[in-house]
Design a protein around this ligand. Structure first.
Ligand code: SF4
Length: 448
């Protein structure tokens, strides 16, 4: 993998860096530069521990810095020394985090850290952002690359698995390192973005393969690139006649919503149809800042879908998922997928049983708008693709009739017109159906 000379340096736990000074210059650069830009003191005293969010952790940061995505990016928390200044950690926790980040580094934006309740060790934001010892103590479970993305790469960074769509992996840099990340394996390679030569090789492949109609920009997080760099790539993709849609996969609206600025939105509005898939996992993430970011990109003509990962102790219950999806709808974001957490090494402690996911969908379906209910899917190992999983609402089925269970558990008969009209029944299917009916020995309440 080549490393572009323009790639911003990312600070990892291997080489912690100290805060150097306290000013907040305006930096007008293309790239989010390296870490630890600077904070301006605007108050004499820090607020009390009763203050929440930004004003508890970053009371001395000016509004202009806070709203500047490059400032946020430069000031990511990337070392234990920085983290311990902000969140209370016992000596044992510090020792554990210190050993975990040797393998899986830390990166948290000030904005995202400000959403953590520091007094709650089980805070759902904290669990997504702060390393824990299970990442290595359970590290033998799972696979490095469960989706076999490397196997399906046709040129470096271009994954062509499905007939009509491709994935362009533009960088491995993310503003926040999610502890459940499927591409955790990439973190140890340091920070890289694709070179111009690599991008051009991908574009050559796209131009040659007229069956491709859908290009997904991914990473890392592609919005880590400057808007100018993104426009250079997106405009060249848009110039390929057979490419119908461009999708961007980004967690910026969640972890650094300031990135969705006017410059980016103006650029995206020129190259539609573009879709944005983002990644909210908990209702606490749907803040006014995040909702505003979604609103800005929607007004640029970019529909926003959400892909949640089901995470143990974070969002693995009906109440949290319902609150999340209802909050997303209020922000005009469509809940699209609920993913079973992939079998990735270093994430086993966050994985739940598949039954949990099915029960969540069952608990949501009918109890809130269908628009709020995502598709629960497993992304199969070895590149097998996505498989949707649903609660079982079909108790039995014959060529004439189905027995269907509704969201309240009531059972209804439903006449099967298609089969009767055709007057044809597949013998094998009938056998299965008949045995299902015969086996329906449980007493059921039949209405209608
Ligand atoms: S934003 Fe996505 S790619 Fe980046 S660390 Fe989080 S899950 Fe991984």
């Amino acid at each position: 993998m080549k490393i572009a000379s323009v790639a911003p340096k990312i600070q990892t736990g291997h080489t912690p860096e100290k805060v150097m000074s306290l000013t907040c210059p305006v930096v007008d650069t293309e790239e989010p530069p390296g870490n630890r830009e600077i904070v301006k003191n605007i108050e004499e005293e820090p607020p009390s521990t009763q203050a929440s969010g930004r004003y508890r952790f970053f009371w001395n940061v000016t509004d202009s810095c806070w709203k500047d995505w490059k400032w946020q990016f430069r000031n990511r928390i990337t070392s234990l020394e920085q983290l311990v200044e902000l969140i209370p950690l016992s000596a044992a926790e510090q020792a554990q985090i210190s050993s975990v980040i040797q393998r899986y580094p830390i990166s948290i934006t000030p904005y995202y850290l400000s959403l953590i309740n520091p007094d709650d060790p089980n805070d759902p934001i904290r669990k997504q952002a702060v390393p824990c010892i299970e990442e290595i103590s359970m590290g033998s479970l799972g696979l490095e690359d469960p989706l076999a993305e490397e196997k399906d790469s046709v040129v470096p960074g271009l994954v062509h698995r499905y007939p009509d769509r491709v994935l362009m992996v533009l960088t491995d840099i993310c503003p926040m390192f999610c502890r459940h990340c499927t591409r955790k394996r990439e973190w140890r390679h340091g920070a890289w973005t694709r070179t111009d030569t690599e991008i051009e090789a991908m574009l050559v492949y796209l131009r040659q393969h007229t069956e491709i109609r859908d290009v997904i920009l991914s990473g890392g997080d592609p919005l880590t690139l400057s808007t100018t760099q993104l426009e250079s790539i997106i405009s060249r993709i848009r110039a390929i006649k057979h490419i119908e849609i461009i999708r961007i996969g980004s967690r910026f609206p969640v972890v650094l919503p300031q990135r969705i600025d006017a410059e980016l939105c103006n650029m995206l509005s020129k190259y539609g149809p573009i879709w944005l898939n983002t990644h909210f996992n908990h209702p606490n993430e749907v803040t006014p800042e995040a909702a505003d970011a979604c609103d800005r990109v929607l007004r640029a003509g970019v529909p926003v879908n959400n892909q949640t990962v089901l995470l143990r102790g974070i969002n693995d219950n009906v109440t949290t998922q319902t609150r999340l999806c209802q909050a997303l709808l209020k922000a005009k974001v469509r809940p699209y997928y609920l993913f079973q957490c992939d079998e990735v090494q270093g994430t086993e402690h966050l994985r739940t049983s598949v039954e949990t996911g099915i029960k969540i969908i069952e608990g949501m379906r009918g109890h809130t708008s269908g628009l709020a209910v995502p598709n629960f899917v497993i992304d199969l190992v070895d590149g097998g693709g996505k498989v949707p999983l649903q609660p079982n609402y079909v108790l039995s089925m014959s060529k004439d009739e189905l027995l269907l269970k509704n969201y309240e558990g009531k059972v209804f008969r439903y006449r099967n017109p298609g089969s009767r009209q055709k007057a044809v029944a597949e013998p094998a299917m009938s056998g299965v159906v008949d045995s299902l009916l015969a086996d329906a020995s449980q007493p059921v309440k039949v209405e209608g």
